[in-house]
Design a binder for this molecule. Structure first.
Ligand code: ZN
Length: 225
């Protein structure tokens, strides 16, 4: 994608310096050396034919002969990439089943369920994996009784082995998580209120984000609080 976009760029830019870049690229190609344009054409070959002419470079789609202008190129390349990923997933036997189920699941609204992937930059990988496990309904109880993708019959919680592993159990009933994760979550939630109150009383200047590692001090004091 980057190479194709880089090759198209000089052909839509009116800067005289870019004219030099174009001339250089063309000369290099004439002499038979590897050039950016040639390389980009190879990458695009599978689905697009590049027609690089200043000032309106275009690409033509092989399958539909549709003309893609430089403005629409980025979106088109992205679409192609998505399509490729989808096809690759489709070839995997069971992941495909889960992915298509997720795409068709109306309760998984794209904006409501996936915005945090782009908005939450510091999100840890195990959190992402855990969230997707919930979305994909990979908890044993669901796999055993609803989708029947699991035939082992093992539904007990993989952490405590005491109760069936369900969303409710994982969120608020697992003894293995009670001493650690639940306390951490409880404290993280209260910390938001705590710092808001401190700020109202003028004891701190700003409220740290909820994921900050900052620990409250035992005592905060001012002349009136
Ligand atoms: Zn458990």
């Amino acid at each position: 994608m980057t190479k194709i976009q880089a090759a198209v760029k000089p052909y839509r830019n009116s800067d005289p310096a870019m004219a030099m870049v174009r001339e250089f690229e063309e000369r290099v190609e004439e002499l038979g050396y590897s050039s950016l344009v040639k390389e980009a054409a190879t990458y695009a070959e599978e689905s697009l034919q590049l027609q690089l002419e200043y000032p309106n470079p275009i690409c033509i789609k092989h399958d539909s002969e549709e003309v893609i202008t430089a403005e629409k190129l980025k979106a088109e390349l992205r679409r192609g990439l998505k399509q490729k990923t989808r096809e690759a997933v489709h070839e995997q036997s069971w992941q495909w089943k889960l992915t298509s189920m997720r795409r068709e699941d109306m309760s998984l609204n794209f904006n409501g369920c996936f915005w945090w992937l782009s908005g939450w930059k510091q999100c840890q990988t195990h959190t992402v994996a855990g969230m997707f496990e919930l979305y994909e309904q990979l908890l044993p109880l669901y796999a055993c009784q609803t989708t029947h993708t699991d035939t082992t019959g093992k539904v007990l919680c993989r952490l405590c082995n005491k109760a069936p592993e369900s969303v409710a159990h994982v969120l608020a009933g697992c003894t293995a998580l009670a001493q650690t994760k639940y306390t951490t979550r409880h404290n993280a939630a209260l910390k938001i209120l705590f710092f808001e109150i401190l700020q109202d009383l003028g004891l701190v200047d700003s409220v740290p984000p909820w994921y900050s590692l900052l620990k409250p001090k035992p005592v905060y004091e001012s002349h009136n609080a």
